[in-house]
Design a binder for this molecule. Structure first.
Ligand SMILES: Nc1ncnc2c1ncn2[C@@H]1O[C@H](COP(=O)(O)OP(=O)(O)O)[C@@H](O)[C@H]1O
Ligand SMILES: [Mg+2]
Length: 364
């Protein structure tokens, strides 16, 4: 096997291969056609637990019920649409569902304004097409096409960014469960196990509103932002730990202290909701989305800063720089909101926050 230790990011099925193998070895329940493990084992893989002697780390932290609904959707022949604010783990959950169900999370189409119908269906190797005419060898199958042939799940990311004719191509595939290739006069029926997991950001509304027809083909699961400060801290803590280990950051820096995680999550939640956590004070929100995902990368960056140029522990100074970078996306508007937040909220929070306040104020 090729050396994969130098790859920047491994797909979930390779990162968590041991867990997946343990779950398959310990399988006690019926496995749906085309799946590698039972719905219950998929749930354990996503939400954590045990498989025989092997502990299974939780991947998605939040409502287990939502994950159950998502998995149950895929057992039927309906496609699954995960929607929510940016950074609510839509892509993350989609990847891990495919890793568990198929052992392959890499059949992905990234939806953009430039996504074409061919990318959803198939296209051609034009050199071969011109030389030999249409033939199966000259065909370039899309991830959706391959998933139909193999009875597996394809992922379509950010589907609402695609133009409506591209969304329409997906409708016909999802309703007919077959794809026709007129050039070769063939119809390829989908094997059992074929489905699609799409994701869409609620913030993208209005970019290309998803048609009612497309929505009807999907079961929609809304992934919420973390309900409580504690839940968000738990997500951030566990993901920073995994991420920093993957990047080797933990060799030169310590994981952020609980106090640091709490401060970042508190600031993010307050700016996100436009009020203090206790609801007592209103404040100006910011233009960027301060998502959980962003808190995770902010802390990983701070670890890199502390490890590369500092003493290995994240200081208020490291944190202040990272916070300012995350909060101020739009110079004028966000600068004002951040300044007000510092003066009206953070400064008055007492000694535990004073060090961070001073460093933040100094940067402005
Ligand atoms: N509830 C959660 N449980 C576990 N990880 C989460 C959760 N919410 C956010 N994350 C983390 O946030 C990061 C970004 O999530 P991503 O799937 O890219 O978001 P999006 O919803 O925008 O697709 C991932 O690293 C993921 O682990
Ligand atoms: Mg995403």
């Amino acid at each position: 096997m090729a050396d994969k230790t130098n790859l920047q990011r491994l797909p979930a099925e390779e990162l968590f291969q041991n867990e997946l193998n343990a779950l398959m070895a310990a399988e006690k329940y019926p496995v749906p056609a085309g799946w590698r493990m039972s719905p219950r084992s998929v749930l354990t893989y996503i939400c954590g637990g045990r498989a025989g002697d092997t502990p299974i780390t939780p991947k998605y932290i939040g409502h287990q019920r939502l994950v159950e609904i998502a998995i149950a959707t895929l057992v039927t022949d309906r496609a699954l649409l995960l929607i929510g604010e940016p950074g609510t783990a839509k892509s993350w959950l989609s990847e891990h569902l495919c890793a568990a169900i198929n052992g392959d999370s890499t059949r992905v189409i990234q939806g953009t304004a430039g996504t074409t119908e061919e990318q959803i269906r198939y296209s051609w190797n034009y050199a071969m097409l011109i030389a030999q005419g249409p033939s199966p060898a000259a065909m370039l199958k899309s991830p959706v096409y391959r998933a139909m042939e193999e009875g597996a799940i394809a992922r379509v990311e950010e589907i609402s960014r695609c133009a409506s004719e591209v969304q329409d191509a997906l409708i016909s595939i999802l309703s007919e469960k077959r794809i026709s290739v007129p050039e070769l006069s063939v119809e390829v029926p989908a094997k059992k196990g074929f489905s699609v997991i799409a994701t869409a950001n609620t913030r993208d509304k209005g970019v290309n509103e998803m048609s009612a027809a497309l929505r009807r083909r999907f079961n929609i699961v809304v992934l919420p932002s973390p309900e409580s400060l504690e839940e968000e801290m738990e997500i951030v803590r566990s993901r920073v730990e995994q991420l920093s280990a993957g990047l080797g950051l933990d060799l030169s820096a310590q994981l952020p202290a609980g106090d640091v995680v709490e401060k970042v999550c508190t600031i993010f939640r307050e700016l996100r909701s436009g009020q203090t956590l206790d609801g007592a004070q209103k404040l100006k929100g910011t233009s960027g989305v301060l998502s959980t995902a962003e808190a995770i990368s902010l802390l990983a960056n701070s670890m890199a800063l502390a490890g590369s140029f500092g003493g290995g522990t994240i200081t208020d100074r490291d944190l202040a720089a990272a916070l300012q970078g995350a909060v101020i996306k739009d110079e004028d508007k966000d600068g004002v909101a951040w300044k007000e937040y510092l003066q009206n909220i953070m400064k008055k929070r007492g000694s535990r926050w004073l060090g961070l306040y001073k460093e933040c104020a100094e940067l402005l």
